[in-house]
Design a protein around this ligand. Structure first.
Ligand code: HEC
Length: 154
């Protein structure tokens, strides 16, 4: 028993050193995910937004709309261009207006309008994939297809 307790103390001490070491490193370097990883996150929020709209859950729609908006702002701030394509500029001109339209319908609590506006968001994603020579990445509306272990209704 005593032996086990000593081992545990040693393990805790070692992990404290590791944790301290990590926090020193992270203050030196900030990690910015690449374009594909940011897109992956955007797809995740977009899909959960779709399922919240389908469930008509205004609180949840507001939450995921906000998360997607933040991901889009991070993208604009961190990726000016990629493969010669002006990513930040295209995102501002194509995707942001579609998200703002959705926000207007959300403010009006207009669910049918939100579905239409959401289709516009997905269309913006796909249009940008086309103009950046990634037209083979096609996003669907995401309704009726819940692979998450999460309940979207209130
Ligand atoms: C500025 C143009 C642009 C916009 C806007 C855009 N994408 Fe992309 N997307 C790209 C490019 C370029 C790539 C390829 C990135 C690479 O080659 O690493 C990509 C890749 C992807 C991928 C592949 C990565 C993966 O995880 O499978 C997904 C998914 C994706 N985008 C989803 C979206 C969604 C959802 C939206 C809208 C909410 C969106 N994209 C909006 C340009 C865009």
């Amino acid at each position: 028993m005593i032996h086990t307790a000593r081992l545990m103390t040693a393990a805790i001490a070692a992990s404290t050193v590791l944790v301290t070491g990590c926090s020193v490193n992270s203050s030196v370097q900030t990690y910015t995910p690449g374009l594909a990883v940011q897109m992956k996150d955007m797809q995740y929020w977009t899909h959960k937004l779709a399922l919240s709209i389908e469930a008509g859950n205004l609180e949840l729609i507001d939450f995921y709309h906000h998360e997607l908006e933040e991901a889009v702002e991070d993208l604009i701030d961190s990726v000016e261009s990629y493969d010669g394509f002006p990513i930040a500029e295209l995102t501002e001109s194509m995707l942001e207006p579609a998200l703002e339209t959705l926000e207007d319908r959300l403010d009006e609590e207009n669910l049918q309008g939100m579905r239409t506006a959401f289709a516009g968001v997905v269309q913006s994603c796909n249009s940008c994939h086309q103009v950046t020579e990634h037209g083979f990445i096609r996003i669907g509306d995401g309704f009726g297809n819940n692979p998450f272990n999460q309940i979207f209704t209130r």
